[in-house]
Structures are given as C-alpha cells and as structure tokens.
Design a protein around this ligand. Structure first.
Ligand code: 89Y
Length: 340
C-alpha cells in the first residue's frame, strides 16, 4: 500500500512528540510543516528531515500532494484550519481540546459532517497502557457493577514551565486536562446523565482555575468523581502525568495506582500487576506515559484514514467530551447540577 502523506500545522512544544509518534508507524509520511513563525517550522523540519515548510497555509495546500493534515496549533486556531481542510476536502486530525467553546466545536463537527470530510481528535489519554488494562478488567466483569469510580489527576508538576500559554487561559484545568480525564471517564463508564462541578485557583498569577472536582452519574449505574489539580504543591504520591483510579464494584474493586500498578481485589484476593507504557527514546521522560500513548492513538486514526474501520476519537465522539468540559464550567458558574 502507498504511504499516506500528511502535513502538520504547528511547530510548538507538542508537535515534536506528535511527529516522532507518527514516525513509529509504517504506511505514513510527513511531507510538510506549516507554522505562523517560519523559523520554528524550519527548525522542526530540519530535525526530522522534512524539506517543505510554510507560513502560508494556502500555499501548502496548493503545492503539496497530501492525504490529510494534523493540526497541533493552539486551540484558538483549530476552527480556522479545520475549515481550510473542509475547503480542500482533506481529512483532518485536530489536537485536543477541539475548540474553545461548545458552539465552536459543534460548528466544526457540523461543517465536516456536511462536507463529508473526516474529522478526528487527537485525544490520547485513553490510549495509555495501564488505562487500556483498566478498561479490560472492568469489562471482564469480575468486580460486578461498578457503582463508584474515582479519577485523580492531581499533581504538583510545574506545567507552566513547558507550556507557558496555559497561564493565560481563562478556562485552564478542565479545558486542558479535563478534556483528557472526562474523555477517559466516558471511555470507562459510558455517557454522563448529570454533572456538577466546583473550581478553585491556587496560583495567584494565572488567568484560569487550577483545581477542579467534577461529579457525574454515568452509564445509568456509576457515580464518578474526577479530581484534578496543578497546585504546584507537595504530594507524596506525585508522579506526573500518571492518573490514579479507584473503582468500587458490587463484588470487588480495581485500583490503578502509582508506577502503573493495577490491583484487582475480589473474593479470591488481590491480584496485582504492573502495566508500564512502552519506552520511546524520543519521549520526554517527564511525560512518558502520555507521549507513549500518542503512538496507539495515531495508529487508531491511521487505520480509519486507510478505510480499515472507525477511530475511537472521531470529532463526533469527542463532541460528547467537549460537552462535559463546558457543562463543568456552567455548573461551577451557576452552582447547579447540569442534566445532560
Ligand atoms: O497539555 C496537557 C496535555 O495534553 O497533557 C498534559 C499536559 O501537558 C498538561 O496538562
């Protein structure tokens, strides 16, 4: 089969890992990079041996023969580049979070649906090795009906060092991190029927919130509490960016704890096994489990692009996650439980 050719849009912090993740997969090749600041595109292109760079997206579309584009720019530009992909009838992958408002996300999905242009969201958290195992054990059913699930992504890691723009976001932790954890909640427990949320801000020098607690009733059977914080405080079990889970079922429980340990407890006792992610030499060790998850996420989307099935994180599917993100902000603002 001929290799699929693509261009990436964006040459910032995340693009280098996304690009390295693509290189792990056969059947696909990056042929061009667009970036608003050309020098940044050139630097990244040189590192990866890519010859074509652009600071004008229309020129890229006009000159390059490509099969899809992968948008890794800031959220504010996502709609613009997705619209360009629609104009040029090219499938498009867009980094999470899809959009900076629910309306914008609905427009993007609607536009792609109407033009029959495939839209995928690069939402990688659910592709983390230990989270896939958690899902498998949950589906096996040994713990019975899961009546409660706790998802904790609580870390003192200085996130603003590598991603300074996060400081400026008026909606920070739920949009940036909740996009992941709420998507994982859907992946594990199904769709939410109700949601309530409380926010907090510990850093005094950032625009948005850096702590959130979200409670949902999901899949008609599970109460899910999702705790998030980037308070830059000190925590004994801090292993950014690992997410910890505790799921209580009618017949047992499952824990995903520090260092990728999955513990399943039923009447036959506790069975514990470690599910570490694969180690890639290009991955930043501080982001290990997340960077490793880029590869299966891209592979799943690539299969869909090759016409071999559907992707888990299509635009249509991710819209349901986006709804939870903005329902959380609505609930925090109004103090009310949102019925979805
Ligand atoms: O931007 C975020 C992401 O997608 O993964 C972790 C992160 O870098 C900080 O929350």
């Amino acid at each position: 089969m001929r290799k699929m050719r693509f261009a990436i849009f964006g040459a910032g912090f995340w693009a280098q890992y996304q690009l390295a993740g693509w290189l792990e997969l056969p059947g696909v090749e990056c042929v061009a990079i667009y970036n608003r600041t050309l020098a940044k595109a050139e630097k990244l292109a040189e590192r990866f041996g890519i010859t074509a760079v652009y600071d004008d997206p229309e020129k890229l579309f006009a000159r390059e023969e490509i099969d899809f584009i992968d948008v890794i720019t800031d959220v504010d530009t996502h709609r613009r580049f997705v619209s360009l992909a629609v104009k040029h009838q090219l499938p498009v992958i867009c980094q999470k979070p899809m959009a900076s408002s629910l309306r914008e996300a609905e427009q993007m999905v609607g536009r792609c649906r109407h033009a029959r242009v495939p839209l995928f969201i690069h939402e990688n958290w659910r592709w983390q090795t230990p989270i896939r195992e958690l899902k498998r054990v949950l589906e096996e059913g040994g713990i019975g009906r899961p009546f409660r699930g706790r998802i904790d992504m609580i870390s003192g890691f200085p996130v603003f060092k590598n991603q300074p723009f996060l400081r400026e976001l008026k909606q920070f932790i739920i949009a940036d991190l909740g996009s992941h954890t709420l998507d994982v909640a859907r992946f594990l427990f199904g769709e939410a029927e109700t949601l309530s949320c409380q926010l907090d801000r510990v850093h005094k020098d950032i625009a948005g919130e850096d702590a959130a607690t979200i409670m949902m009733r999901m899949g008609g059977r599970t109460t899910v509490v999702c705790n998030m914080a980037y308070a830059e405080n000190f925590l004994e079990r801090d292993r950014f960016p690992e997410t910890y889970f505790f799921i209580e079922g009618e017949k047992g429980s499952i824990e995903l704890g520090p260092d990728y340990w999955v513990r399943v407890t039923t009447k036959s006792g506790t069975h514990a096994k470690r599910y570490p992610p694969p180690r890639y030499e290009w991955a930043n060790p501080a982001y290990d489990v997340v960077h490793a998850s880029i590869v299966p996420c891209n592979a799943n989307i690539l299969r869909a692009l090759q016409g071999k099935g559907s992707a888990e994180t299509s635009g249509e599917d991710n819209l349901k996650t986006v709804r939870l993100v903005f329902a959380s902000y609505d609930s925090a603002r109004s103090g009310e439980t949102i019925h979805l």
